[in-house]
Design a protein. Structure first.
Length: 56
């Protein structure tokens, strides 16, 4: 049972890291959508390189 818990925890960490990497990539790139760009969350602007430059 402990092994399943450990595997589940590691899997959750991997998924969390992948999600964070996706947010960072999205924050620092142009829109990949052809016809519609969804609204970018304010919380994700923290990871944007351009937002940090504008604040300075």
């Amino acid at each position: 049972m402990k092994t399943n818990s450990l595997i589940g925890k590691k899997l959750a960490e991997c998924i969390n890291s992948l999600a964070k990497a996706t947010v960072i990539k999205s924050a620092n790139s142009t829109c990949v959508w052809l016809a519609y760009q969804p609204q970018f969350p304010k919380e994700a602007e923290y990871y944007s390189k351009t937002a940090k430059k504008e604040e300075e």
